[in-house]
Design a protein around this ligand. Structure first.
Ligand SMILES: [Zn+2]
Length: 469
């Protein structure tokens, strides 16, 4: 066998099981997994004694505002955060200025992303303008999937949501008919607008502590009702539906039932719903405002049960950076807070801690953040698995020491907004992140150049040149 470009030696490699092996990389792909005692001939060696070697994490729910709002980070800063978090692929949501709902806007955004990418980036498209021929061109250009909100735009940000929002279930239904023909999965932000309006007005008048107003303004029924409608419409249209950020026991029950009756529905939750409750919001205030809201301990526990029984398919971050002053402006008035929290750099440490505590196996972690995302968006087996021929997107995780997460540490421009996980004790840290065979992050430092990451498209590798439409 000819010389490898890179060898990862001494690690415990996670495939269907965990076993000691050497990973050899050549021309951006995994060339072979060899026995630990076999001789190694490689231009570069990363020693990973006792560390876990897993497929690069795929985060299917990521936000970046680039080229607008540079103070909230751009594709360079936020994909640096991805690399530092062991995330080798992010799927970018189409909220931009203006919303990514036409081919021209999508291509502009893709080109901005490609030039700055430290990790691979897939870009969703928004179908809300109901322009069938343009949606076909978006699919042909390589959109990773669709994203649609069942709500209206955040007031004052209408241009960012152009083509992403809907004004009725009929609007959602027509979009689903179009998407079913095009074949790509659609990620839904599922909250029912008229129920939000009702509860927001009540929450504004509610006596008692301010931090409880956010959950009161969007209670679980808002989410579960929207998801129940989506389930029925997915059955009627055949559109593949993915429910973003499931936050409540009620919604987990709806998804469980949807799977039982054969609806083409998948679902994700996020670390903040699995680790945080309303108790954390007292401390975090507007920094803990995310839609849908963080809820009770009973909801949190129901989500862990839904992970265990397979109701939930994926864990994603919903990484959504805002600046510290933007969040601070809403102290004492959480209903005015911009919704979002950074999550890329805490995702894997939290999950590895759960594995260490016996709440999930390491194999299940890999399934939730690597394999299932790759299969759902037609990237498997290029991604989501460590096997000969797969793209060399690899994360090396060092579990040997416990540490405390601190607000302000990390690569994200929003690192100083990480109040939810400030003080959390976690097991270990990312040691290295390999993207398309190149080292993006090693031992605490970003070492890859922008452009190491490439644009991801369904059914394709990122380690060979892709024609751009
Ligand atoms: Zn989101």
């Amino acid at each position: 066998m000819s010389r490898a470009d890179l060898a990862i030696v001494g690690g415990d490699v996670v495939t269907t099981h965990v076993g000691r092996a050497t990973v050899l990389v050549r021309d951006g792909r995994i060339a072979a997994l060899t026995a630990p005692e076999a001789p190694v001939d490689a231009a570069r060696v990363i020693d990973a004694p006792g560390m876990l070697v897993i497929p690069g994490v795929i985060d299917i729910h990521f936000h970046c505002r680039d080229p607008s709002y540079p103070h909230r980070g751009d594709f360079a800063t936020e994909t640096r955060a991805a690399a530092a978090g062991g995330v080798t692929t992010v799927f970018e949501m189409p909220i931009s200025k203006p919303g990514t709902s036409t081919l021209e806007r999508w291509q502009r955004r893709r080109d901005i992303a490609a030039a700055k990418a430290h990790v691979n980036i897939g870009l969703y498209a928004a179908p809300g303008l109901l322009d069938g021929p343009d949606l076909r061109r978006l699919v042909d250009a390589g959109a990773i999937g669709f994203k649609l909100f069942m709500t209206k735009a955040v007031p004052g940000r209408e241009d960012e949501f152009d083509g992403l929002v809907t004004d009725s279930l009929a609007h959602v239904y027509e979009a689903m008919e179009l998407m079913q023909e095009l074949g790509l999965r659609c990620v839904f932000h599922a909250e029912e607008q008229s129920l939000i309006d009702l509860h927001q007005a009540r929450a504004a008048r509610m006596p008692g502590p301010d931090h409880l107003r956010h959950d009161a303004s969007r209670p679980a029924v808002v989410e579960a009702t929207a998801v129940a409608a989506l389930v029925q419409m997915s059955l009627a249209t055949g559109c593949k539906v993915h429910i973003a950020h499931v936050s409540s026991a009620a919604t987990a029950d709806v998804v469980r039932h949807a799977k039982r009756i054969g609806a083409p529905v998948t679902a994700e939750t996020c670390p903040h719903y699995l680790w945080c409750t309303e108790d954390d919001l007292e401390r975090a205030g507007p920094f803990g405002v995310i839609n849908p809201p963080i809820r009770s301990a009973a909801d949190r526990d129901a989500l862990w049960a839904a992970l265990a029984d397979g109701t939930l398919d994926v864990i994603a971050t919903d990484h959504a950076p805002f600046s510290r002053p933007e969040k601070e402006a809403a102290i004492g008035d959480v209903l005015s807070a911009p919704p979002g929290h950074p999550g890329l750099e805490t995702l894997l440490p939290l999950l590895m801690t759960a594995a260490e505590e016996g709440r999930l196996s390491v194999e299940r972690v890999v399934e939730l953040v690597c394999e299932r995302p790759a299969r759902m968006f037609d990237l498997y087996p290029f991604k989501g698995v460590l096997a000969p021929g797969s793209d060399a997107d690899i994360t090396i995780y060092d579990r040997r020491e416990r540490r405390v997460v601190r607000c302000g540490e990390g690569e994200s421009r929003a690192a100083d907004c990480n109040l939810l996980f400030d003080g959390a004790e976690v097991v270990g840290r990312v040691h290295a992140t390999i993207v398309n065979g190149g080292v993006a992050y090693l031992d605490g430092a970003i070492v890859g150049e922008p452009g190491l990451g490439r644009i991801v498209r369904p059914g394709a590798s990122t380690t060979e040149p892709v024609a751009t439409a």
